[in-house]
Design a protein around this ligand. Structure first.
Ligand SMILES: [Zn+2]
Length: 274
């Protein structure tokens, strides 16, 4: 082994991982010692940065377009990934190429828009001292939404940790066996689209927004027919900029959904979503 690199969930500072969801202590010095490699041959990197850097190595067939706009190859690109947590990153254009930068945007405050989302925030605020985006847009976000929408319905997984309910709620929503599970996914995709739009505005992602992470792939049939793209572009005076992504003018955004490893080939959608 000549070198080793690791994409890890959390913030890497001075070669040391600061992670919120895993108990591991990772630092490049101890890894170098264990692997008997020079420290300069060890790279610890935020997992979303690793994902962003990997985009260029994927083939066109590995992507699904949720909204096709005009390619602006010399513009910033945003990446957002919901899974165990919520990861965000940006590929910023430096004038000659794209450079990946990490973000802890998943820990930013959740911003509700509708009366229902405000009521949900109030509901969740009774349980948690602070509601970050990640509390919703991760696997553990599904169950509190379900409990908010249908407090009298309890599924088997509800006796386990919150993240353990994501699979059951997703399956019930996909097969339509529980109307509250269907409603939960509608609520989630709607709000998640808004958060993706927030990220696009913050980094001016005219080069596109990519969805990664395990959840997007697992709920793909629901995502395709959801309000995700509508919520993404619902940004008041700036909506026109995001809308133009679908009309082949400057401002392409919300374009692609990254395919996860091992899933079936994704279909390309037409561009009539907006
Ligand atoms: Zn249900």
């Amino acid at each position: 082994m000549a070198a080793a690199g690791f994409g890890v969930p959390g913030t890497v500072v001075d070669g040391r991982l600061h992670a919120a969801h895993i108990p591991w202590v990772l630092d490049s010095g101890s890894l170098a010692s264990h692997l008997q490699l020079p420290r300069e041959r060890i790279v610890l990197m935020n997992d979303l940065v690793a994902t962003a850097r990997g985009l260029r190595h994927l083939a066109p067939k590995d992507f699904l377009c949720l909204n096709r706009g005009v390619d602006h190859s010399e513009e910033n690109i945003a990446v957002i990934a919901a899974g165990t947590g919520l990861g965000e990153a940006v590929l910023y254009w430096d004038g000659r190429g794209h450079r990946a930068a990490p973000s802890e945007g998943g820990s930013a405050d959740f911003a509700p828009r509708s009366d229902q989302e405000i009521a949900f925030l109030t509901f969740l605020k009774k349980r948690l001292p602070r509601i970050s985006c990640e509390e919703l847009f991760s696997g553990r976000g599904f169950r509190p939404i379900h409990e908010f929408l249908g407090p009298d319905i309890h599924h088997d997984s509800f006796s386990k940790a919150a993240g353990e309910s994501a699979q059951e709620i997703t399956q019930n929503a996909l097969n339509g066996s529980c109307p509250i599970c269907v409603e939960t996914l509608d609520f989630w995709t709607d709000a998640f689209g808004s958060e993706a739009g927030n990220l696009a505005l913050r980094v001016l992602a005219y080069g596109g927004v990519y969805l990664a992470g395990g959840i997007a792939v697992k709920i793909l049939p629901l995502l395709e027919k959801s309000n995700f793209c509508r919520s993404f572009a619902d940004k008041g005076q700036l909506s026109a900029i995001l809308h133009r992504g679908g009309s082949k003018r400057r401002g392409s955004a919300a374009r692609r959904c990254q395919r996860g490893h091992g899933c079936h080939p994704l279909r390309r959608l037409n561009s009539s979503l907006f």
